[in-house]
Design a protein around this ligand. Structure first.
Ligand SMILES: Cc1cc2nc3c(=O)[nH]c(=O)nc-3n(C[C@H](O)[C@H](O)[C@H](O)COP(=O)(O)OP(=O)(O)OC[C@H]3O[C@@H](n4cnc5c(N)ncnc54)[C@H](O)[C@@H]3O)c2cc1C
Length: 423
């Protein structure tokens, strides 16, 4: 028989990715008793477990527009050897980082803030009382735990808690429900980068050998990034389509196909591209990267048109200039729609507040957007900014004894500014 026990806390943060760590750190620094529950033995979410890389832009043109906990994390990461460096891709400023430095940075920030960590703990269910979320059910080596809380923030990336609590959500694009493809990230070391041909030349080789039947991968080109190391190249090139990250069998199939594609690509790269003759596979994600699953329907649903129109919402809690970026859910091709240089849009607090349910906020990837808008708001810096807002909103809700949907957004925005966030 599995041992069963119970506990209680003020705030549960479900999931320790960029959204969850920011939510936990922000709330704990404000004096809230926070328990962060994470299924892996380390923090960071897709950036560490999925080896997703690099941090896409938190700039609008030449100006940072995400600060706060994200900015602090970058400052701390800089203290690690090979910690981080700025780079440019598609004309956007992004940041390369060291994955082990990131794991330790997020961990130390949580410990310094007094967050209670429960690692190696899978959340399997939500507890509710009518329309109010009252806690979560977890499973770990210790057994089954019922953890109650005054408030819960769902930062699982998949909206697991919200879905189990009965929140309305959508999956995929309206026409056929397909979600963005998954990708298994991997990295090669031992590369003589000075000998690498241009991106155009490499992709001409890729196109040639793909049409010759040597590469079996729906992606149109090889997508790679430089790193903080002089001889390592990071690949975001596998593409696994028509899979659902909330389905165990699809996840299993995606891991199998992602690893098949990776080994095929590694063999081809080493055999074909100058500079890679002595390269070797250094590392891949602990898990396949899942770009899109549930989008929890909130008090407001953000659309692509609003992002491209550079909308400044009155209850804005985060800014971003990241483009609409849809990897074809069905096969080849990637749609990118950029904002003008220096332009940015905002994300409203209402997109974090699920309809109907009380006691629950959603932060990070599953916030309330359309499929198209999600492709822009899903990146790590934005997830982190929404997490910081959620954690701060939890403090205000507890302090004033009000529901999440009644939090004074002017007070929230002022609180975020006081923490160095840009709103
Ligand atoms: C292939 C791919 C490429 C991408 N490229 C980039 C890029 O280049 N740059 C960029 O900035 N962003 C990129 N993204 C997007 C970005 O990585 C994610 O959208 C972002 O990490 C979302 O943050 P999050 O905190 O909401 O969720 P996640 O990062 O997914 O974190 C969720 C956390 O919750 C935990 N968790 C989930 N379910 C449970 C459960 N039931 N019980 C316990 N713990 C749970 C997970 O283990 C994880 O730690 C990419 C994503 C993918 C998949």
């Amino acid at each position: 028989m599995e041992p069963t026990f119970s506990s209680s806390t003020d705030l549960i943060v479900a999931g320790g990715g960029p959204a969850g760590v920011a939510a936990a750190v922000a709330a704990a620094r404000l004096g809230v008793q926070v328990t962060l529950v994470e299924r892996y033995g380390f923090l960071g979410g897709m950036a560490t477990a999925g080896f997703v890389f690099p941090f896409m832009t938190h700039f609008a043109g030449d100006r940072p527009i995400i600060g706060g906990i994200w900015g602090e994390m970058l400052d701390r990461l800089a203290a690690y050897p090979h910690g981080f460096k700025a780079s440019t891709h598609f004309g956007l400023r992004h940041f390369c980082f060291d994955v082990e430095g990131l794991k330790q940075t997020w961990l130390q920030m949580c410990l310094d803030a007094g967050v209670r960590l429960q690692l190696h703990t899978l959340i399997s269910d939500a507890m509710t009382d009518g329309d109010t979320v009252t806690g979560i059910v977890t499973h770990s080596k210790s057994g089954r735990e019922e953890m109650t809380a005054r408030l819960v923030i769902d930062a699982t990336g998949d909206g697991d808690v919200a879905a189990r609590a009965g929140a309305a959500y959508e999956l995929g694009r309206p026409a056929d429900g397909l979600m963005q493809p998954m990708s298994l990230h991997f990295r090669l070391a031992g590369v003589e980068m000075a000998r690498m041909p241009s991106r155009e030349e490499i992709n001409a080789l890729y196109a040639r050998d793909k049409s010759a039947g040597l590469i079996h991968n729906p992606r149109e080109n090889l997508l790679w990034f430089d790193t903080t190391y002089p001889d390592q190249v990071h690949f975001n090139t596998t593409r696994i389509v028509k899979v659902d990250g909330t389905n165990r069998d699809d996840l299993t199939a995606a891991e199998i196909e992602g690893r098949r594609q990776m080994h095929e690509l590694v063999g081809w790269i080493v055999a074909t591209i100058p500079g890679f003759e002595r390269a070797y596979l250094l590392m891949s994600g602990t898990q396949v990267g899942v770009r899109e699953t549930r989008r929890v329907i909130g008090e407001y649903v953000v659309t692509e048109a609003e992002l491209l129109a550079e909308t400044k919402f009155p209850d804005a809690i985060a800014c971003s200039a990241y483009p609409v970026d849809i990897h074809n859910p069905a096969g080849t091709g990637t749609v990118m729609k950029h904002l003008p240089f220096g332009a940015y849009y905002t994300i409203p607090y209402r997109a974090l507040v699920p309809q109907r349910l009380e006691g629950l906020l959603v932060a990070g990837r599953p916030i309330s957007t359309t499929h198209e808008a999600h492709s822009a708001t899903r990146i790590q810096a934005v997830a982190n900014a929404t997490g910081q807002a959620a954690g701060t909103a939890a403090y205000l809700a507890l302090q004033h004894g009000v529901a999440f949907r009644k939090v004074d957004t002017e007070e929230l925005r002022a609180g975020l500014r006081a923490q160095g966030a840009i709103v």
